[in-house]
Design a protein around this ligand. Structure first.
Ligand code: 5RP
Length: 223
């Protein structure tokens, strides 16, 4: 089975967690795109979605799924999203698609986080994938130096040769060289730094369930 087929499988498996009549929280990325495509098949059974990015909103709307503003809805029953890494406690690194801030907001608004991922994303310890950090541009150099004191190397993410702009008009630093032994503590620490909008470690907003696609099908991990 290819990685793409595994993503399709977990995207379809996530439908089981969508309650009829509900508004579902929807993440961002290639795995979530498979989920959105599958969700279109039950669009008449749900009220709609709250989306975590401009890209997911466009895909949802193109398939006829109503998208609500997060500010206009109360608690969501479930949030479905992918991950760049997930460990055996459900802690994740996210933000490879630059949507981490809105992803964390929608995750915080949801009772349950269901992570959908192929087996390459499961790790023993977080940190091999460079941690995305959304920052206010004027703070980027100082935050880069702060990461250096932790042994990390922060690199400004570029798109078409210019600094990538997030949906919120901010920049992304990708930080490599970190071994994150205490995800909760690390997330809390970096969140305190002036100019950090969101750190792409999802420990306070960890997954409760992971649908992990492998050669033998979908494994359900619960945390
Ligand atoms: C976007 C994300 C994605 O969930 C993460 O990058 C995984 O993406 P993919 O499913 O394409 O591998 O955090 O900001």
């Amino acid at each position: 089975m290819t990685q793409d087929e595994m993503k399709t499988l977990v995207g379809q498996a996530a439908l089981k967690y969508v309650l009829p009549g509900s508004i579902v929280g929807v993440g961002t990325g290639s795995t979530v795109n498979k989920f959105i495509d599958a969700l279109a098949g039950m669009k008449d059974q749900i009220r709609g979605a709250v989306s975590s990015s401009v890209a997911s909103t466009a895909r949802l709307q193109a398939l006829g799924i109503v998208v609500f503003d997060a500010a206009d809805v109360d608690e969501l029953a479930v949030y479905i999203d992918g991950a760049d890494e997930i460990d055996h406690a459900g802690y994740m690194i996210k933000g490879g698609g630059a949507a981490l801030t809105r992803e964390k907001i929608v995750a915080a608004q949801s009772r349950q986080f269901v992570c959908i991922a192929d087996e390459s994303k499961l790790v023993g310890a977080l940190g091999a994938f460079a941690v995305p950090v959304e920052v206010i541009p004027m703070a980027a150099s100082r935050i880069t130096r702060q990461f250096a004191t932790l042994g990390g190397t922060a690199v400004l993410r570029l798109k078409d040769g210019a600094p990538l702009m997030t949906d919120n008009g901010q920049h992304i630093l990708d930080v490599s060289g970190l071994t994150i032994t205490d995800p909760l503590g690390f997330e809390s620490q970096v969140n305190q730094w002036p100019g950090v909008v969101t750190v792409g470690v999802f420990a306070h907003q960890k997954a409760q369930i992971c649908l992990l696609g492998g050669v033998d099908g979908v494994k359900v991990l619960t945390f």
